[in-house]
Write a protein that binds this ligand. Structure first.
Ligand code: FAD
Length: 471
């Protein structure tokens, strides 16, 4: 084997987890190769975060235009040419793809094209694609092969009636009525944008609530808001299948006794790891019964010198920025540097539906389930001057703090936001939770006026026992 085929780190998969490993490793002076079967950027750039947010932005512009008359700006009736939004999405993805490719090249990361399989002795074989037959060796190997959409039996994906996020994000035209099966983060983003762009939307959720991972107050607020906008939210419903109608235009979703006639079904029931064929027999990497790679808090698998980051890791929140953070933990550990592992219970979450949702740390129910006594405060955006100026007052800041023996609010456990631009407002809450700050420490800091962030400051102030506006 030539020296050119040996690297300090070989990464299988060039999504957020994989490319962050490569960029961070290369920044530390390591030689790095990525094996990627499709395009660097992964799900997030090509079939996830970025394209979904572009369509949500289209929805937001449409909302602004249709509400412009409130400001005395009269526009002719707004119409949507979805092909323009699709083309714009393509251009955004392309720009970011070129940027990432350039960045990797600039850091001298070698990218091999094809599907990688880890064999014994840290050898990675490219089994197909342009570089099929190539074998590279890494002193360390990082597995980052990511995830693909889950499906449901009875709802076989055919690209016509039944779509996952992969097919949905490539639609040429929007349907007029849709059943979104699954009311998690991605399902709610799709429901919100489809509704804003004129489709009749029904969300079908198996659990008792949509946004099940959120604080109950936040999930309730979003449910109320969706219903007000005409989105049907049906919870506690088990979808069994669908029957296309004779007209060829609609299909009927079956769920027990209930029937929902729609033009299209978008299945959004989570993502499964893509680990088939990733590891050759005989390599000690442990893959659990659901297909996830088992790794410790430093991202080490059971095979020495083999690491795993991103969506394939068992128990990890499937978020791009968690992949970035795990990549840094893995590389620093490889370098022998000290690093704090990612605390999965305190990572930031952002959901870009309307109203937006962002949170970090324990919900009130989670804290109580752990036996922690809590003090909570909520400050709705209804009284916030910036929100009133903008004309978007639907939302709330909720903070969960540990109750001290004297009944006052102690350590901040969770910050839960819904409302305008809260995905951009979570930073302060994230720091407060992760620094295990006290309300009086955070309340000391000034929020600009008029700004939406005043609600966060005011909620903290109220937790000290004396709010300006909030009791
Ligand atoms: P992936 O991004 O899945 O990348 C894995 C890469 O590995 C892929 O490029 C794949 O082609 C390649 N690969 C797989 N197997 C092999 C192999 N054997 N050999 C070579 N290459 C291989 N997260 C957020 O944080 N914020 C959001 O707003 C957000 N929105 C989302 C919206 C949607 C619609 C979806 C579907 C996801 C969203 N996510 C979001 C989740 C986010 O996309 C994932 O958490 C993230 O992409 C995971 O990164 P990863 O590197 O682990 O895997």
């Amino acid at each position: 084997m030539s020296a050119a085929d040996e690297f300090d780190i070989v990464v299988i998969g060039g999504g957020p987890g994989g490319y962050a490993t490569a960029l961070y490793g290369a920044a530390a002076g390591l030689s790095v190769a990525i094996i990627e079967r499709d395009k660097v950027g992964g799900t997030c750039l090509h079939r996830g975060c970025v394209p979904a947010k572009e369509f949500l932005e289209t929805a937001s512009v449409n909302r602004a235009v249709t509400g412009a008359d409130r400001f005395g700006i009269n526009v002719a009736e707004s119409t949507l040419d979805f092909s323009v939004s699709q083309a714009r999405k393509g251009a955004v993805v392309d720009q970011l793809f070129k940027g990432l490719s350039g960045l990797l090249k600039g850091r001298k990361v070698t990218v091999f094209s094809g599907t990688g399989m880890l064999e014994a002795d840290h050898r990675v074989r490219v089994v197909d694609g342009d570089d099929a037959g190539t074998v590279v060796v890494g002193t360390d190997v990082v597995l980052a092969s990511g995830s693909v959409p889950r499906t449901l039996s009875g709802l076989e994906v055919d690209g016509r009636w039944v779509l996952t996020s992969d097919e949905f994000l490539d639609l040429k035209e929007l349907p007029s009525s849709v059943a979104v099966v699954g009311g998690g983060a991605i399902g709610c983003e799709f429901a919100s944008l489809l509704s804003d762009l004129g489709a009749k939307v029904t969300v079908l959720e198996f659990l008792p609530s949509i946004l099940n991972e959120c604080d109950e107050d936040i999930a309730r607020l979003v449910t109320r808001s969706f219903k007000k906008r005409g989105i049907d939210v049906v919870t506690g419903v088990a979808v069994e299948g669908h029957t296309p109608g004779p007209d060829g235009a609609t299909t009927v979703v079956r769920a027990g006794e209930q029937r929902f006639e729609v033009e299209m079904i978008v299945v959004s029931v989570g993502r499964r790891p893509r680990t088939e064929g990733l590891v050759a027999p005989g390599v000690a990497v442990q893959i659990d019964e659901r297909g996830f790679v088992v790794a410790d808090e430093y991202q080490r698998t059971a095979e020495p010198g083999v690491w795993a980051v991103g969506d394939i890791v068992a128990g990890t929140p499937q978020l791009a920025h968690v992949g970035f953070a795990e990549a840094i933990v893995a590389v620093k550990t490889i370098l022998g540097e000290s690093v704090a592992p990612v605390d999965d219970s305190k990572v930031p979450w952002a959901i870009y539906c309307h109203p937006e949702v962002a949170f970090c740390g324990l919900t009130e129910a989670q804290a109580k389930a752990k036996g922690i006594e809590v003090v909570t405060k909520k400050d709705p955006f209804g009284g916030n001057s910036r929100a009133i100026i903008v004309g978007d007052t639907e939302g709330v800041v909720k903070i969960v703090a540990e109750r001290r023996a004297d009944g006052s609010a102690g350590r901040i456990l969770g910050v839960h936001l819904a409302g305008p631009w809260v995905t951009e407002q979570l930073g302060a809450g994230y720091l407060a939770v992760n620094w295990e700050a006290l309300p009086e420490e955070v309340a000391y800091f000034i929020q600009p006026h008029p700004s939406l962030s005043e609600n966060f400051g005011e909620t903290m102030l109220a937790l000290t026992g004396r709010g300006l506006h909030l009791g």
